[in-house]
Design a protein around this ligand. Structure first.
Ligand SMILES: [Zn+2]
Length: 338
């Protein structure tokens, strides 16, 4: 079953280096029931839990589809698509912007660093996309491994609470400890994959302000019959038009591939402050056999106003999008869309 058809695009998968997270499909409830009943997995959290089919269906409607505004639940998968555990946040308080973390790695998959990566991905989503400010976890006192894991991750222990081991991570601390450029770049790369799947060229871009995702897009040139509808142009146009803005000063644009001449021009006119890219123009033309194109730095930093440029960032992951991809002229592909 295609989970996207059940839970919609807002529940896309969150991709990491060794694992990915996504909400479960209805046909994966059996795995969740198994996970909660597995004695070895559950003994640290207290005891195993057994739910009837009716109870688990009710749980699924509340947590996943249609879900709620206050909870977000994902299964964790390794890159062979094997489920290895679960991660979620609960009881989000929109006023205080706090949520409660839950993570369980099946006992057979522990000790491989999966938990740390899953927490990084979930917190990235929570702080950078969902809008949370504080994540807490009240860990049972006997679960020493769980306490150590979160302390090592950077959570702080609140010693005033004594009915459990309460740890807390703020968005500010998370941004200090972890590289948000990598989080947003993986999102841009993921959009490039989607773009390729949709029959467009493999490009994606996201627009970010103060550690918060503001807009995302893929290349839409063919389906819009618009040769200028590159991912970078799309995010600038969509965001500015829908927010009645003419300047994006202070914004960062993440692009799966170094912006072309046209997009660099648009970035200049939009007054974007920082550009981060994965695959450089040079890498692109070396792998595609095309001609050399100017670097975005040559266009963006010609004048007095300077734009910070970071890249290539995660170029191996960015280049993966092009594996086996052949650039066929758009004029030959365009008619397939209509
Ligand atoms: Zn472009």
């Amino acid at each position: 079953m295609d989970y996207n058809s059940i839970v919609g695009q807002k529940h896309r998968s969150l991709k990491g280096k060794n694992i990915y997270l996504r909400p479960p499909g209805y046909d994966e409830l059996e795995y969740i029931q198994w996970l909660w009943m597995d004695e070895e997995t559950m003994k640290e959290v207290g005891r195993s839990i057994s739910l009837s089919d009716e109870q688990i269906e009710k749980w699924y409607r509340r947590m996943v589809s249609p879900g709620s505004e206050t909870d977000y639940y994902c299964l964790i998968f390794d890159l062979n698509d094997t489920p290895i555990g679960e991660i979620s946040f609960h009881r989000y308080n929109a006023k205080a912007k706090t949520g409660q973390l839950n993570i369980k790695i099946a006992a057979v998959h522990r000790g491989k660093g999966y938990a740390t990566e899953a927490i990084y991905l979930l917190l990235g989503y929570y702080f950078f996309e969902f809008g949370g400010q504080v994540m807490e976890d009240l860990i049972v006192l006997d679960n020493i491994a769980g306490q150590q894991l979160l302390l090592k991750f950077g959570f702080e222990h609140d010693s005033l609470v004594d009915d459990g081991f309460l740890v807390r991570m703020t968005k500010e601390k998370f941004r200090e400890l972890y590289n948000e450029d990598e989080y947003f770049m993986r999102l841009a790369i993921d959009l490039a994959y989607q773009s390729r799947q949709n029959g467009e060229d493999p490009f994606g871009a996201v627009l970010v302000y103060d550690g918060m995702l503001m807009c995302q897009s893929e290349d839409k040139s063919l389906r819009l019959s618009d040769p200028t509808a590159h991912a970078e142009i799309n995010v600038i146009r969509e965001y500015c038009q829908s927010n009645k803005k003419i300047s994006l000063e202070g914004f960062t644009l993440y692009s799966s591939t170094e912006p072309c001449v046209m997009c660099s021009g648009a970035i200049h006119w939009a007054r974007i402050s920082k550009v981060v890219f994965s695959v450089s123009q040079e890498m692109l033309w070396q792998s595609s056999g095309g001609h050399s194109k100017p670097k975005c730095n040559e266009i963006l930093n010609m004048g007095r106003k300077k734009v910070a440029i970071v890249g290539p960032l995660l170029p191996d992951e960015g280049l993966e999008v092009y594996r086996g991809y052949e650039f066929v002229p758009k004029i030959k592909r365009h008619k397939m869309f209509f």
